[in-house]
Design a binder for this molecule. Sequence first.
Ligand SMILES: NC(=O)c1ccc[n+]([C@@H]2O[C@H](COP(=O)([O-])OP(=O)(O)OC[C@H]3O[C@@H](n4cnc5c(N)ncnc54)[C@H](OP(=O)(O)O)[C@@H]3O)[C@@H](O)[C@H]2O)c1
Length: 308
Amino acid sequence: MARVFITGSADGLGRAAAQTLLDDGHEVVVHARNSDRLEAVGDLVDGGATAIVGDISDLDQTRSLAGEVNRLGRMDAVIHNAGVYSGPQVMPVNIVAPYLLTALIDRPQRLIYLSSGAHRSGRAKLDGIDWSGGTAGSYSDSKLFVTTLAVAVARIWPDVLSNAVDPGWVPTRMGGPGAPDDLRLGHLTQEWLATSDDADARTSGGYWYHQERIEPHPAVRDQRFQDQLLDALARWQRGRRTAKLCPRVALPIAGAPPRPPALLGLGFGDRFEAFRGGSGFFEEGVQQAEKSPELQGKRSTKRSSRTT
Ligand SMILES: NC(=O)c1ccc[n+]([C@@H]2O[C@H](COP(=O)([O-])OP(=O)(O)OC[C@H]3O[C@@H](n4cnc5c(N)ncnc54)[C@H](OP(=O)(O)O)[C@@H]3O)[C@@H](O)[C@H]2O)c1
């Protein structure tokens, strides 16, 4: 049995994945944006899920949410599912929150990020991106970024299985009632990557569509772009953190090269930035040092049945 946290599980694919995983006997932590939306996960809670709350378009709430998750104990898998299609929350919800939650949640064995075929029309450019949500963001760009994040994490955390999933165009609130793809297949791959012992499901750095590994936009595998993205997100969230939630701490990284002065004492949430060693980013040892009180917070075979 695995312990799985799913963001945005009040509706759509997140909710469906939560239900399936619960039915399969896994321990599931569901997530609603606020206490009003808890009602939408009431039946999942009745079925044994634990519910936590936080609006992930808000940085402080996202950080607190990470603390809540950590208080529950280490997850085996986190599915970064919550997403919005348009408007000012696109960047905060679709990429900033997955980045921050990845950085702040005690490292699970598996990470799954919801991407989209639309990531292929994303622009691999970071100049002028409004991470704050002050202006409407491009969905395609955000999905290119989160796919890149998934593959970057696979590179910098070799002990974690990190993958991105295109669920297809499926009939959820976001997909609309006329979406042509199969809803069951839309959440199967992330459940499988989160819990299966299949050899394929235990690989990392993939971009998946209906349990098949396919090639993403070339920028996703460009290490320079990966590093630029992580740099941009680290720099941006650092400027936004509040003193209360983010005490300044040094990063005790055993055996690591000296920290560049510009990065010293940057503190909480900077688990991705930090060092550029011979092979790029790495950031071991931050977890225990950077916990403010607020942040203390099987399938065995592939399936392809069309059940919904
Ligand atoms: N459906 C498709 O055809 C399709 C295609 C490609 C990729 N995707 C991706 O698949 C993922 C799931 O999509 P979906 O179709 O299931 O969408 P959905 O039906 O609109 O559900 C999205 C979920 O995310 C939650 N959420 C959004 N903003 C949030 C916030 N600020 N704080 C907390 N929760 C928030 C929503 O909460 P509320 O219910 O409270 O709003 C909802 O539970 C997304 O990442 C999407 O981009 C979907």
